[in-house]
Ligand binder design. Structure first.
Ligand SMILES: [Zn+2]
Ligand SMILES: [Zn+2]
Length: 327
């Protein structure tokens, strides 16, 4: 099978030929049809995340077809499955027992510690695979697996907020905005200064206001979600939310947050992060998305152009989500 592999210091991936792996009793072998490209893949190839093992195949928004299934799995050849970031948990620690398996200290993640979907085939533990609604094509479904799931978890963490700010209008934001509008929330979209394309995209998806992250919104926000990996946005978002409001940091990595006066946090404002996902998030969101229905905007790339997809994401040249599409 062909795979795009991180071998050297990065950030370039190399196209290599690998033997097809065979599944263990609890694994499925998947023919990858589509794998979306996430900002976290950039944090892997850039080594922003600690202890990236090499060689590793990135990619954790996988949609594909089961080719063969281990004896102890719930799947059969021909089943369509999605594979997200969460690839393994211990199942025994206090976090796992308490509904917070996303925080398990033994958790392992697809495309980071487990070979992922930037490949023609991949293995996955069947307990962390999900069926995909037939209303979605493979390409359209792929961004639901992380941009959708992490976006959804971030939205839940924002609470009941009616007026919701979103900082960074990329793949996650374009999905969250659709869910939030369906929930009768008002979306205020913040982009890089001058990114009129992203602002227009946000308005098309129902945002009541779109502007630069350097601007104040026209009304006070109940909550804000920050998807851009930019620490400067935390004090800006705190200044935009009302007393008692929450600022949710949805990314896995962020540049340092500058110091800020206590007065913008005071008034019981909250800053919190969102880490990973639980399988419950996946079940909830993958059931909800087709009801709305969430439609994803995708930009396709062939597997061997994964490096281009990553660079386009890095430089904000995408509207929606980049997706690697296998023949
Ligand atoms: Zn655990
Ligand atoms: Zn991701």
């Amino acid at each position: 099978m062909k795979a795009m592999v991180l071998r050297g210091p990065g950030p370039q991936l190399e196209l290599v030929e690998r033997p097809t792996p065979s599944p263990g009793p609890e694994q499925v072998l998947i023919r990858v049809r589509a794998c979306a490209v996430c900002r976290t893949d950039l944090h892997v190839v850039d080594r922003d995340l600690p202890d990236v093992p090499t060689p590793i195949i990135p990619g954790h928004e996988i949609v594909g077809e089961v080719i063969s299934a281990g004896s102890d799995t719930d799947f059969q050849p021909g089943d369509r499955v999605g594979v997200p970031w969460l690839g393994h948990t211990c199942g025994r620690c206090d976090y796992c027992a308490g509904g917070q398996e996303n925080l398990c200290g033994q958790a392992r993640f697809t495309g980071y510690q487990i070979d992922g979907g930037f490949a023609e085939q991949t293995l996955a533990d069947h307990r962390y695979c999900f069926r995909i609604d037939p209303g979605y094509s493979d390409v359209e479904a792929a961004p639901l697996l992380c941009a959708g799931l992490i976006g959804y978890r971030s939205l839940v963490m924002a609470g009941e907020a009616r007026r919701l700010g979103i900082y960074g209008f990329g793949a996650a934001a374009h999905i969250v905005a659709q869910v939030a509008v369906w929930q009768n929330r008002k979306i205020y979209a913040f982009t890089r200064a001058g990114d009129t394309g992203a602002q227009e995209f946000a308005r098309d998806l129902g945002a009541v206001w779109a502007g630069s992250s350097e601007e104040a919104p026209p009304s006070e926000l109940d909550a804000a979600i920050i998807f851009a990996p930019v620490g400067d946005l935390v004090p800006r978002a705190l200044r935009a939310v009302r007393r008692g409001g929450v600022v949710v940091c949805g990314g896995i990595h962020m540049s340092d947050i500058p110091s800020f006066p206590y007065s913008i946090l005071w008034g019981e404002r909250i800053v919190r992060s969102v880490a990973n996902l639980t399988r419950r998030d996946a079940r909830e969101f993958l059931a909800l998305a087709p009801k709305i229905p969430v439609r994803t905007h995708t930009v396709p790339y062939p597997l061997d152009r994964a490096n281009e997809a990553l660079e386009d994401l890095r430089h904000g040249r995408l509207s929606g989500a980049a997706v690697l599409v296998m023949d």
